[in-house]
Design a protein around this ligand. Structure first.
Ligand SMILES: Cc1cc2nc3c(=O)[nH]c(=O)nc-3n(C[C@H](O)[C@H](O)[C@H](O)COP(=O)(O)O)c2cc1C
Length: 205
């Protein structure tokens, strides 16, 4: 199978948030609008993601549509760390909408969603949800998955449904955010995505 084909599928970039006792959330790119009348969307969330567990328990989530202006550190925190171990909402701007934390800074808008069906797709759950509320919060350009890869130079972790393993030599990867640097990393190198130093770069096998 030529996995290069999958790279031409277009996506947006989102943060899905939910709450039980903890505020949780993660980056996703797999949001699809299914219907416009009585608006329905779907998202695909890895079963290993803590966010999956909380959505599964509460049947509610909010999706923020990320703009091109979003701070890459937010993507790094929500896309590469787990709410199991860190409070991702600590030290960032958010508001509570319908009891769920939602990012409002540098996002285009958000949708409050109620799960109506869950489809078990092996490694992932497809959550199908009705949108009960939607609010546009800016006119900023929405970030696409392609923009994230080509302009921000970001990567996707193994839990992302669209993850494709890259087999390359002489490639160094940031162990915090997954940023990939070609060629040896100089001692004074600072990760352009999450700001850590060269000691965090591991050579890809
Ligand atoms: C660009 C990008 C796209 C991603 N897309 C998805 C996705 O569609 N579904 C998913 O389950 N995880 C996706 N992820 C991975 C999760 O955001 C990541 O595993 C996160 O650390 C899970 O956090 P949690 O354990 O707090 O839920 C993506 C990550 C990045 C950086």
């Amino acid at each position: 199978m030529d996995k290069e084909v999958f790279k031409d599928i277009n996506y947006g970039m989102y943060i899905v948030s939910a709450k039980d006792e903890n505020k949780v959330g993660c980056v996703i790119n797999t949001l699809t609008q299914i219907t416009s009348e009585n608006p329905t969307i779907s998202i695909s969330v890895n079963k290993d993601n803590y966010t999956n567990q909380i959505i599964n328990n509460t049947k509610k989530f909010i999706v923020s549509i990320l703009s091109e202006q979003i701070d890459p550190n937010i993507i790094s925190k929500f896309g590469f760390q787990s709410s199991r171990n860190v409070d991702k909402f600590k030290d960032i701007d958010y508001e509570i909408v319908d009891d769920i934390p939602v990012l409002l800074k540098d996002v285009c808008g958000y949708m409050v969603c109620d799960v109506i069906e869950e489809v078990d797709v092996g490694t992932h759950t497809l959550f199908i949800a009705k949108v009960s509320k939607a609010k546009k919060v800016s006119n900023l350009a929405p970030m696409t998955y392609k923009y994230y890869h080509e302009v921000i130079k970001g990567k996707a972790p193994k839990t992302a449904p669209t993850y494709i393993e890259e087999v390359k030599t002489n490639t160094w990867v940031c162990d915090i955010c997954g940023y990939v640097h070609e060629g040896p990393v100089p001692d004074d190198f600072i990760c352009p995505i999450c700001g850590v130093d060269a000691s965090h770069f591991k050579q890809k096998k």
